[in-house]
Design a protein. Sequence first.
Length: 332
Amino acid sequence: MIGQQLTQFLINEQRKVPGATGELTLLLNDIASACKAIGHEVNRGALAGNLDVIGTENVQGEVQKKLDILSNDIFIRSLEWTGHLAAMASEENDEIIPIPAEYPRGKYLVAFDPLDGSSNIEVNLSIGTIFSVMRAPEGKATITAEDFMQKGTAQVAAGFCIYGPTTILILTTGQGVNGFTLDRNVGEFVLTHPNVRVPEDTSEFAINMSNHRFWEEPVRRYVDECVQGKAGGREKDFNMRWLASMVAEVYRVLMRGGLFTYPMDEKLKSKGGRLRLLYEANPMGFIIEQAGGVASTGRERILDIQPTGVHQRVPVILGSKNEVERLVSYHQ
Ligand code: AFP
């Protein structure tokens, strides 16, 4: 019930799963601790010199901010010793991250984006951490990138933590979606948004309009119809949002519905899209589906994609069922 702390919630969920060992509960608690530590550094901002740009580039070719590196290190250091993981994969690391020899290995893999939306750091807008939990192959001494090539339907858990006016952890273990607000007085995540559901209809769409000339025809048609509203044949007028932070967009969709899309466009064709499958599209797709929404590339369900690379990119259309299905139908 509302007010319950994350640990109690997780143990209650664990008790519903026959044969559960509690290892996933411990892992999710450790991930929550990592998010609290990252959120603390995000909130300190300039006071801790955290807004500096490092100048180096990551595997994505993106200029790294100090907070990108700091968040990545915090996430890795918070989990590598726990004995729950066999390996990790991060947006900030070209190769997968092995568990140091001195620590025991566990039965899970985590793919994560330590700080998504980092173009918003210096303008003090909401950013967040996204994570996806999968099972590691049993009895394998050395984990390779190949072991992360699991469809989104194989995820055991997924979540994100949004560092905004409040710090909120959104989590699914396949039994629906729940939201926990960080109570700074006790330093614990507390259940504040039980059983989150995405409204099936919406009149709000989120897209980076500056890419209009690069979009494929189905996306251009859908957005133009939304912009024209009733004057253009839709049954209602629409509003638009664009926060350049996927965690903030997805959180808004979870709270009041909406359609969020970073579609394929001409300038992204060679890369496959903008958003990364393993640690953005898959975890967010799992969460959206668990809350009654739809997550598609326009041509296939995101969770059904067979990954071929740790940093593989895909087009993303997700949110309120009826609007996403309309846009998907335009691709047929
Ligand atoms: P950054 O982490 O590099 O800021 O990218 C954020 C993101 O991956 C996703 O969170 C946003 O929805 C999208 O990119 C914003 O892309 P644009 O900057 O092209 O609008």
